[in-house]
Design a protein around this ligand. Structure first.
Ligand SMILES: Cc1cc2nc3c(=O)[nH]c(=O)nc-3n(C[C@H](O)[C@H](O)[C@H](O)COP(=O)(O)OP(=O)(O)OC[C@H]3O[C@@H](n4cnc5c(N)ncnc54)[C@H](O)[C@@H]3O)c2cc1C
Length: 583
């Protein structure tokens, strides 16, 4: 029986184990929720489908009219994840993600306005709020009377969230908040801010820790800057938010004093299926646009859809979209299924889906040719809109470091046990040899392919046997590689970003592959082999893609140009220029 409080599919993968129960069967929604979802999707389409011209104009103007935001409120789109008892729809992660998908099919700025409210702005209140705090604010957040924003980033604190300089100091029973937050989505239209500030560690005057506070826009000392002029998602509101001597009573502390850093990460992890769903929606809309465009456009006497290079792009888009939807749905299923340690899997879904959307947007524009570059068509807007996803809610680079370093946690713990036991073997031979023999069993198992009870997939449809075998083989190699990387670098792995990135890419490929297998298996079981033939083709193409990429990354662990590349970068840093002009 899997322990839902600590099980992680990816961490176990690094130990050579496949926790099949976490992924198979492919998650589905409860019937009641599914029915309600269908109604919401229908009303989203009714609201957004006729607005394409407006979205284009609002993008150019860099603003969304207030009246439209009122319409979003009246359709209940700010209450998606708020429990029904507080006036919301009470959607779980899967249904929420599906709504964001539908909104993003029509427009990225609208998806972000709704997503920033639910995914991050008010999620802290939902996750950590006291019953009184929930009662006080959730009903107004559900109707959209209050729109929410998440205020973490500052001029000196981007990826390094711990470098926050906004402070909250005690004054009697109150707190006094001072600081400036940067690039806050919904900053200028929000009434409810989740704000992260440094608070002093009790009893240690010099030290500070991060604490989250609820701040409302009607408080004295709260203001915001002008709407930023951005590359993409231009109609979504982004501003600085400024706090000057804002006085907060103790009941504005959210999730406990000093727990801010951990809670900020939990909020971001928990909200990732919203962003992932948005990316899937963007991809689906691009596939519709690009296929229609390619069939209509004739060159060399034929529709360009007949050319192999165009087919290759469209086929890749389909595989990317299917894989993204699979991983986002699995992560939502883990969250809705009560798993607590899904941070790595959620980070993988964000990295994969945002990059798949980026590839799709770029290639869809390529298929559209010169038309794609013209503002009259939506492609260039989608390219601009898609770019932000790889940057915010944790840059994909930082998330890759997180995926790899957290992924190998269990391996590191085991190696630490072994090295400590080596020291203590003579002092406590019985305990020592116990740990050593466990470790020896595991390494032998990785070599021979017999990894305890969790060797591989056992419940997948038989048509997927070749892919399941490939997966198992790759798991053994990945586990072996994780072990080797850790032995080679030890604690120093933290500074070895080339190696870490490689490991992250392997884990991303492997987890998404597992999600695709689970989904295709479910399709084969439900629809039969004939009806699910196309999905089986997707599994085959994806399996080959993963094999190629994983093998390459494994090879480059030992044989690579890392030192040469670093030296070229150092040289460029020194010159602050490219060093050669051809004459
Ligand atoms: C449109 C928009 C909306 C946003 N909305 C919000 C919001 O609602 N709330 C909020 O709090 N923030 C928001 N942000 C901020 C966003 O989350 C940050 O921009 C993001 O976290 C990156 O921080 P940074 O821009 O300071 O980049 P930096 O942290 O300066 O990073 C610059 C580059 O260096 C890399 N890098 C940094 N550290 C390392 C490292 N240790 N190892 C390797 N590479 C590294 C990064 O990956 C990146 O490529 C928004 C930003 C934008 C542009």
């Amino acid at each position: 029986m899997i322990d839902k409080s600590s099980a992680s599919f990816v961490q176990s993968l690094c130990m050579g184990q496949v926790l099949e129960e976490m992924l198979v069967p492919f998650p589905t929604m409860k019937k009641g929720e599914q029915e309600m979802l269908e109604q919401v999707l229908a009303s989203v389409n009714q609201l957004l489908a006729p607005r394409q011209k407006d979205f284009r104009e609002w993008d150019l103007a860099g603003e969304m009219p207030k009246e439209f935001i009122e319409e979003l409120k009246s359709f209940g789109l700010f209450g998606l994840i708020i429990p029904e008892e507080f006036g919301g729809m009470g959607f779980g992660s899967a249904a929420y993600s599906r709504v964001l998908q539908e909104i993003a099919r029509h427009d990225g700025s609208v998806a972000l306005t709704v997503g920033a409210h639910s995914s991050i702005g008010m999620r802290g209140l939902l996750l950590f709020g006291t019953p009184e705090q929930k009662k006080r604010w959730l009903p107004r957040l559900a109707t959209g009377e209050m729109i929410a924003a998440f205020c973490l980033t500052e001029p000196g604190a981007g990826s390094d969230a711990a470098a926050v300089r906004t402070t909250a100091v005690r004054d009697g029973n109150d707190w006094v908040l001072n600081g400036d937050k940067l690039w806050i989505t919904n900053g200028g239209i929000a009434q409810f801010y989740t704000v992260f500030a440094k608070t002093p560690v009790p009893g240690d005057g010099g030290k500070a820790q991060l604490t989250a506070f609820v701040v409302t826009s009607d408080m004295k000392g709260v203001s915001h800057g002008p709407h930023e002029d951005k590359m993409g998602i231009r109609a979504s509101n982004t501003t600085t938010v400024l706090f000057e001597d804002v006085r907060l009573t103790a009941d504005h502390v959210l999730g406990g004093v000093g727990k801010g850093f951990k809670n900020a990460m939990k909020i971001l992890n928990s909200g990732r299926t919203g962003l992932g769903g948005g990316c899937v929606g963007g991809m689906k809309s691009l596939i519709s646009l690009a296929t229609k465009q390619a069939k209509e456009r004739k060159q060399f006497g034929q529709p360009i859809s007949s050319f192999g290079l165009v087919k290759q792009k469209i086929g890749d888009m389909v595989v990317d979209c299917y894989a993204s939807e699979s991983v986002v749905t699995v992560v939502a299923g883990l969250i809705d299924g009560g798993y607590e340690d899904y941070a790595v899997e959620a980070a993988i879904s964000k990295v994969f889906a945002t990059e798949a959307l980026w590839r799709t947007a770029d290639e869809a524009l390529q298929v559209a040719g010169g038309n794609g570059y013209m503002r009259e068509y939506p492609y260039e807007r989608v390219v601009r809109d898609a770019r932000i996803n790889r940057l915010f809610e944790g840059t994909n680079d930082i998330l890759r470091l997180f995926i790899a370093l957290t992924g190998i946690n269990q391996v590191a713990a085991q190696l630490k046990d072994v090295s400590q036991t080596m020291k203590g073997v003579l002092a406590d031979p019985i305990k020592g040899f116990g740990v050593l023999s466990d470790y020896a069993k595991k390494t032998a198992a990785i070599r021979t392919g017999l990894v305890g009870d969790n060797r591989g997939f056992t419940k997948l449809h038989k048509a997927l046997e070749p892919q399941a075998e490939e997966f198992e083989e790759e798991v053994r190699e990945v586990a072996w590689a994780a072990d080797r990387i850790l032995r080679k670098h030890g604690k120093g792995i933290i500074g070895k970003q080339f190696a870490t990135r490689r490991l992250a890419d392997i884990l991303i490929d492997m987890f998404v592959f597992a999600c695709v297998l689970s989904r295709v298996s479910a399709a084969l079981q439900e629809k039969g082999e004939e009806q699910a033939a196309r999905e089986l083709e997707i599994a085959r193409v994806f399996a080959r893609r993963v094999r190629h990429s994983v093998r390459g990354n494994l090879r480059r662990i030992d044989v690579n140009d890392d030192e040469l590349v670093k030296s070229l970068a150092d040289d460029a840093f020194e010159r602050e220029a490219f060093g050669w002009d051809a004459r």
